[in-house]
Design a protein. Structure first.
Length: 337
């Protein structure tokens, strides 16, 4: 082949290679969704060997005994061998949002999933039915059930109720947080009264009429509350108070807790029941404490007598399943059992 012909052939080959490269780039762009639309493109469910995200935000058990783990990105159903990951998809059978906030199995064995953008019910077809929420703020912080089987949802500022006859959720208490300056926490006591804790007041509502029955002033600007039997444990900003919802009055701290100066002056950020009427009290800086009223003792996680070995991560969620296994979810490292 002469030199001019070789030059022409090389030029043609270079042009052909450039064209093929451009076509490949276009094909890759078409297959790879943008980061904004990536969640909408996800198929659901996906079977995987690990959680969809390492920040655990909710844990619950369904009627079949499956453990569900909500995360910052996606919902996971654990079946011992692998995880079925569920996401917000571009159809109506997925989650309302990938950020899970609350999980609840109610007395009718319905499985509720709360997200930052609404709520849905899991169906027997392995998908979800989104329940319309008539509100601008659809960030579901709590899902609660009263003793009559009615479902209520707390967005932090308003209380909503589920109407099964219309399959809708509407606002029933438009202002449960005075001034909208603090996320209110809601609890339904055994007598079926609704107690709402804010940073400055504790409110009691009659759930049958939704009328305000009582307002109790709080001190110290607490930010966390836990209902244990008929007692509201109210904590935060180095305060710990116990309010008896039956007598409508504060009661003294149990002697073992009152005598533990570390616990009394700590920021208690999470409380979970353990064993026979005992409590686990997790603090922001001093680890976990185990309060056993039967033995009248308080044990810190690094002391003899603490019932299990604590994981070395920041705790975000705790859940006890039907087999009495304790699931502990973390802020950024998944969970341990």
């Amino acid at each position: 082949m002469t030199l001019p012909n070789r030059k022409i052939l090389c030029t043609l080959l270079c042009l052909l290679a450039g064209t093929l490269f451009a076509v490949c780039l276009q094909a890759c762009d078409a297959k790879e969704p943008s980061s904004e639309n990536q969640d909408a493109e996800i198929e659901s469910p996906i079977i995987a060997n690990d959680l969809s995200n390492q920040k655990v935000t909710a844990i619950a058990e369904d009627a079949q005994g499956h453990i569900w783990i909500g995360t910052f990105r996606g919902l996971n159903r654990y079946d011992v061998h692998d995880y079925h990951q569920y996401f917000c998809t571009d159809d109506s059978l997925g989650l309302p949002d990938n950020q899970i906030t609350h999980l609840l199995r109610d007395s009718k064995n319905r499985f509720w999933v709360g997200t930052v953008n609404g709520v849905c019910l899991y169906t027997d077809k392995d998908n979800f039915r989104i329940i319309p929420v008539e509100a601008d703020n659809k960030n579901i912080r709590q899902i609660l059930e009263d003793r009559n089987g009615r479902i209520f949802l707390n967005t932090g500022f308003q209380l909503y109720a589920y109407h099964p006859e219309t399959e809708k959720i509407t606002c029933v208490l438009p202002d449960i947080s005075s001034g909208h300056t603090f996320y209110a926490q809601c609890h339904i006591a055994p007598d079926n009264n609704l107690w709402v804790m804010t940073a400055v007041n504790l409110y009691c509502y009659d759930l049958s009429t939704l009328q305000l029955k009582e307002t109790v002033a709080l001190s110290g600007y607490p930010y966390y509350s836990y209902l244990h039997n008929n007692e509201l444990w109210i904590t935060g900003n180095r305060t710990l108070n116990i309010f008896d919802t039956r007598t409508r009055s504060f009661k003294p701290l149990p002697t073992p807790i009152a005598q533990n100066t570390t616990l009394c002056n700590a920021d208690i950020v999470y409380i979970h029941p353990y064993g026979n009427n005992s409590l686990l009290l997790n603090t922001a800086r001093h680890g976990m404490f185990y309060y056993n009223p039967g033995t009248g003792s308080v044990t810190r996680q690094d002391e003899n007598g603490f019932p299990f070995e604590m994981p070395r991560f920041r705790i975000n969620q705790m859940f006890t399943d039907s087999q009495q296994n304790l699931w502990i979810g973390s802020v950024d490292q998944g969970y341990t059992v």
